[in-house]
Design a protein around this ligand. Structure first.
Ligand code: XLS
Ligand code: NI
Ligand code: NI
Length: 435
């Protein structure tokens, strides 16, 4: 018995690049080997419950445009129906993973005990569906930004009762993630930041957040959760200033509070852009520190300056992202989560399917381009050539030396460096052969 929500839509199939069917995969072919690994195992696609099933199509100027049979989500039968539809979509797309916030799954009950009761009820239901379907949980997380109780932050809230509510909420979400064999647990601090310094004690808030994250790690070990704990950087929105600004800021924060080796990063394309970076920059920062965990794949509108969370559709950007991911050894416990929502005029169930097919296809194409760049090797050769001066024993010895000895050598050998081309256009032309 199906819900009928996707009536008339059949399972998406790989039909190859020449097919003109907009609901077929042209590039995503799960079993195809890329650098010796199945495409599905490289990309590890996940559907985001919040954008795909909970979101109602609002924007700052208007409310709901999507009228789904489970809206508004005010009872558990609606929540179960929504889960049935979600698993139908996972099957139609052939996507191996999904992700959730507690608030996407169960109706808000207004108090902790009932929130946990309903979360447990719906995650038991989802657990049974996972067993039947073989779909897996990439990560769970707590929504500590929508309800008004979180308006001044969660772990950084000036009110210790909110800190307590946040601790208990994260515990319940970690328990549910563990129960469903989640492969990661994510913390995104949309309200862990501030609007004005005039009412904010920044040092105290950072210390509270550092302690909170340590409690999360302690609890992970206590319950034997084997997944990876991830924090997700974003510079602003909804807070004016967010403490987890970008990958570099998060890495510094994690080190300061003794959490390196315990927590990695969940990087999002649109958040990189909001921080004034490219996605590949954020990925390279994380991989250079061994802290890449997972990615949230989407795209911002470059003109509006908002976190528009559109489905990805920019091949060169996606290809460079996977290039740096592959070079660092791939996504390991992470995956490619479509933290992406439909445009609010895209009302129909078929739009939801088309959006994911397009996103999966552009990622597959990007992955293949990235693999081809690696196999070609010219980018690597150029990079190695640029730094080859450092391969000599005397250059290496300099790093163990000191300013005075180096100065003596500059004078005695009359060192007078000649600038060399960085060859950016040549390198961009190489990339262009693959995208
Ligand atoms: C919002 C974030 C959010 C996290 C999970 O901008 O991307 O969706 O991924 O809380
Ligand atoms: Ni986002
Ligand atoms: Ni995200």
């Amino acid at each position: 018995m199906t819900t009928g929500f996707f009536d008339g839509i059949s399972k998406a199939r790989f039909e190859g690049p020449d097919s003109t069917n907009p609901l077929a995969f042209h590039h995503y072919n799960p079993d195809e080997l890329v650098l010796g690994t199945r495409m599905e195992d490289h990309l590890r696609f996940a559907v985001a419950w919040w954008h795909s099933f909970a979101w109602e199509g609002g924007d700052p100027f208007g409310g709901q445009t999507f009228i789904r049979p489970w809206h508004p989500l005010d009872d558990m039968s609606g929540a179960r129906f929504k889960a049935d539809v979600a698993f139908e979509m996972f099957d139609l797309l052939g996507v191996p993973y999904f992700c959730w916030h507690d608030a996407d799954l169960r109706p808000e009950q207004g108090n902790y005990t009932d929130n946990v009761r309903t979360l447990n009820e719906i995650t038991d239901y989802i657990g049974e569906k996972m067993e039947d379907a073989g779909t897996k949980l990439l990560w769970g997380t707590a929504n500590m930004f929508s309800h008004r109780r979180w308006m001044s932050g969660a772990s950084t809230n000036p009110d210790p009762d909110v800190f307590a509510f946040a601790a208990a909420t994260v515990k319940s979400c970690m328990d549910a993630t563990h129960k469903l064999n989640g492969e990661n647990y994510v913390l995104w601090g949309g309200r862990e930041g501030y609007e004005t310094l005039l009412n904010t004690d920044m040092k105290r808030e950072a210390d509270h957040m550092g302690r909170f994250l340590n409690m999360v790690v302690e609890y992970k070990h206590k319950i034997g959760f084997k997944g990876t704990i991830l924090v997700e950087p974003k510079p602003q929105e909804p807070s004016k200033h967010q403490y987890d600004f970008d990958a570099a800021t998060c890495i510094g924060f994690l080190r300061k509070y003794g959490l390196e080796g315990q927590i990695k990063l969940n990087l999002e394309q649109g958040h990189a852009i909001l921080a004034g970076h490219s996605f590949e920059h954020e990925i390279a920062v994380a991989t250079s520190e061994g802290m890449l965990g997972s990615i949230d794949m989407n795209r911002n509108d470059y003109q509006s300056g908002w976190d528009t969370d559109q489905f990805p559709n920019n091949l060169p950007e996606v290809a460079l992202a996977y290039y740096y991911i592959l070079k660092a050894g791939g996504l390991t416990t992470g995956g490619t989560n479509f933290d992406a929502k439909l445009r609010r005029q895209s009302l129909d169930p078929v739009d939801l399917i088309a959006a994911h097919i397009g996103g999966m296809d552009v990622c597959a194409r990007g992955l293949k381009a990235a693999a081809a760049m690696i196999e070609d090797g010219s980018l690597d050769t150029n990079l190695a050539a640029r730094y080859q001066g450092w391969n000599t024993p005397s250059s290496q010895a300099m790093l163990e030396s000191d300013l005075e000895s180096i100065t003596a050598r500059v004078v005695s050998e009359d060192i007078n460096p000649m600038p060399r081309s960085g060859r950016q256009e040549v390198l961009e032309n190489i990339v262009n052969r693959f995208v």
